[in-house]
Design a protein around this ligand. Structure first.
Ligand SMILES: Nc1ncnc2c1ncn2[C@@H]1O[C@H](COP(=O)(O)OP(=O)(O)OP(=O)(O)O)[C@@H](O)[C@H]1O
Ligand SMILES: [Mg+2]
Length: 266
């Protein structure tokens, strides 16, 4: 292994849910992501790691196109979902966001009840009867490992929950929309260790049904949770592969240094 070793292209044996091809992103004149080629495997957790400012959030936010809402953002290349380029003009962004859900760093509950939060994303989609709504609330709170804690207080304000519970409620709200892919951008950054572990366990259970892309600052957390790992530095993808391979035998010296010492001199 040495710093100049050629970058091994990871050949995933599982089907890819998302493929980024020669993806570049800019904020005004600043070139933030450079020639990213990366695939995210179905029913796997791919963790993006890298120093602060390396472009992890920009990358993950490009997958559901919420960067588009930032005025000075521009991008090129392709992001393929079900073999269609989601960046193509005319692509239905609202529909894309039902397929690609997102959970943010800080739990962001809406100023309504616990049940109302679960139903929030589907309130306009269909006319649901009361029993149907109850079933959806129960199913998704169960899937988010929150049901037992809140089943007797579904009409309480969501803001009365603890932060860890609020984050699981945000996950239930995301699941209710029935996405295929869930993006998590540092979902445990504002939580205590016990609540963080609950979210980690939840992600591990969710990958049976969903493809998960997960940004973490915490290398130990990435080691516990990730199937695949992508290391970004200064907007470049330094290395991508199975988590086991990157931790045990990375091809790039930069990867080894970052994963072992959290140091990067890019
Ligand atoms: N809306 C914006 N306008 C201009 N520059 C931005 C904007 N958002 C992000 N950037 C810049 O893009 C670069 C990458 O930011 P990004 O948030 O993607 O990094 P990150 O790897 O997620 O960092 P962190 O680990 O601190 O969350 C940074 O230099 C940042 O300042
Ligand atoms: Mg970030």
């Amino acid at each position: 292994m040495n710093a100049t070793a050629p970058l091994k292209i990871y050949q995933p044996e599982a089907t890819s849910a998302i493929e980024m091809r020669d993806f570049n992103a800019w904020f005004a004149e600043a070139h933030i992501l450079r020639d990213i080629r990366l695939s995210f495997r179905e029913n796997r957790i791919t963790c993006l790691v890298g120093p602060s400012g390396s472009g992890k959030s920009t990358l993950i936010r490009s997958i559901n196109r919420i960067n588009d809402d930032v005025g000075n953002y521009n991008c090129s290349g392709e992001i393929r979902l079900s073999n269609q380029n989601i960046l193509a003009s005319g692509n239905d962004v609202a529909k894309l966001r039902t397929r690609v859900g997102m959970v943010f760093q800080k739990p962001c509950v809406f100023p309504t009840t616990i049940a109302g939060n679960v139903l929030f994303g589907i309130r306009h989609l269909q006319k649901l009867s009361r029993p149907e709504k109850q079933t959806i609330v129960e199913e998704n709170l169960k899937a988010a490992a929150l049901w037992k804690e809140v089943k007797h207080r579904l009409q309480d304000k969501a803001s009365s929950l603890s932060l860890g519970q609020q984050q699981r409620l945000c996950i239930a709200r995301t699941l209710a929309v029935k996405p295929e892919i869930i993006l998590f951008d540092e979902p445990t950054a504002s939580l205590d260790p016990l609540s963080s572990r609950a979210i980690e366990d939840l992600m591990l259970s969710l990958k049976e049904k969903y493809t998960i892309v997960f940004v973490s600052h915490n290398i130990q957390q990435a080691r516990r949770v990730a199937d695949d790992l992508a290391f970004l530095c200064a907007g470049k993808l330094i290395e991508y592969g199975s988590s086991q391979q990157l931790f045990s035998n990375p091809t790039q010296e930069k990867t080894r240094k970052y994963l072992n010492e959290e140091f990067c001199d890019c």
